[in-house]
Design a protein around this ligand. Structure first.
Ligand code: GLA
Length: 383
């Protein structure tokens, strides 16, 4: 958690509104492996990180609700009886979405004032939107004593994403951001929506994220299309989700589906298996195998699931050729954002310099490199 943003948000709240606010921090997430498996009821291995969103909130006795997006220097005021999705609403839709989805369960909310700020780079595939949704759900739950469980809150956050942001996302981002544990990644079973924490020790290797600093258009419709393709194949297989498919059962219907759908479903089956192999390798401290699985995951995301892009491929290809980098892959939904890399500490500095230089030369723009700590999920904070 970043104390700095918490203080900044508190200060802004005190200078803008009456009363003493309740403070919440909701982290972003990384995902070690298991991409596009969550909405297939599969496995993923995410972790909450030490970057996130801080919120200050208090009840208001005025007749409207006011939100200050500190980083954007924007304020939005709305009436709780008229909550609906906005066209091009940006950050507003995440908040309206959470409020609207809470209201759908017949809960009557009172007016509130809220200030928020964050330090998750936008479009980096580190789930700034899930962090914002969770921070609002958690804050309102505390403020109005709604008695929602964490699981109910993440389902509200997910619905906000579906119905207000228009992305039919799975549950991984909201789950990791809510349930993250310090120092651990979570082996998440997206069917039961339960997880097991694992302390992964990468020994002499460091985990770094490299942000392409691009987010290509159409990523939202492409995401929803991928999900629809998976559902089409599941239907053909007469199963509720690709979690229940095997290479053999898929092979049996190969002639009845497009090659494209076949490859996408095959990717999901393989990626699910990779998550389980990753856990096995981690339990045996077999770091080299972890790296190989990352490269394989990327290859599947690139050539079968088709959610990568030139910038991500360039970073992964460069990592693959680099002595001391044992694994890399794109992370998150795709079409931009970050790669996640396992780099031997002896070459870390040199790799960072070289990859940055090469990237700049190739794309005429800078990439950004982050080191993150696996951290606690959404929680109340005191100053
Ligand atoms: C986005 C979605 C998640 C998940 C990933 C891909 O981050 O929000 O639900 O599907 O993409 O693994």
């Amino acid at each position: 958690m970043s104390k700095k943003i918490v203080k900044k948000v508190y200060k802004k709240f005190k200078s803008s509104f009456e009363g003493e606010p309740l403070m919440v921090f909701a982290p972003g997430r990384i995902n070690l492996i298991g991409e596009h498996t969550d909405y297939n009821d599969g496995f993923a291995f995410p972790a909450a990180i030490n970057k996130g969103i801080a919120v200050a909130v208090a009840k208001s006795n005025t007749s409207s609700t006011k939100i200050v997006a500190l980083d954007k220097k924007e304020t939005y005021q709305f009436n709780l009886s008229e909550v609906k999705q906005l066209e091009n609403g940006g950050w507003r839709n995440y908040i309206l979405g959470v409020v609207g989805e809470i209201q759908k369960s017949s809960i009557v909310l009172g007016n509130f004032n809220m200030v928020f700020s964050g330090n998750i780079p936008g479009g980096a595939g580190m789930s700034s939107s899930a962090a914002l949704e969770n921070s609002v759900a958690f804050a309102l739950n505390e403020l109005f004593d709604l008695q929602l469980s964490k699981k109910q809150m993440i389902l509200i956050s997910q619905k906000a994403e579906h119905n207000y942001a228009g992305v039919k996302c799975g549950i991984m981002d909201q789950y990791a951001s809510m349930f993250g544990e310090k120092g651990s990644a979570l082996l998440l079973d997206c069917r039961t929506v339960t997880s097991k924490p694992f302390k992964v020790d990468f020994k002499d290797y460091k985990l770094i994220l490299i942000n392409t600093n691009v987010k290509h258009d159409l990523s939202e419709s492409a995401y929803n299309n991928r999900r629809a393709a998976c559902e089409r194949v599941s239907e053909m297989l007469n199963i509720s989700a690709l979690r229940d498919a095997s290479k053999e059962s898929l092979q049996a219907i190969k002639g009845d589906i497009s090659e494209d759908d076949y490859q996408k479903a095959l990717y999901v089956i393989q990626e699910n298996n990779r998550v389980l192999s990753f856990i096995e390798a981690a339990e045996k401290d077999d770091i080299l195998s972890l790296g190989k699985l990352l490269f394989q995951s990327h290859e599947g995301l690139r050539s079968q699931y088709k959610v990568s892009c030139d910038e991500l491929d360039f970073l992964v290809d460069y990592a693959k050729e680099y002595d001391g980098v044992i694994g890399a892959r794109m992370m998150g939904g795709g079409f931009g954002g970050c790669t996640i890399n396992l780099v031997h500490k002896s070459v870390l500095e040199e790799f960072e310099q070289k990859v940055s230089k090469k990237y700049r030369k190739k794309f005429k723009k800078d990439c950004s490199i982050y080191k993150v700590k696996l951290s606690q999920g959404t929680h109340l904070v005191s100053l």
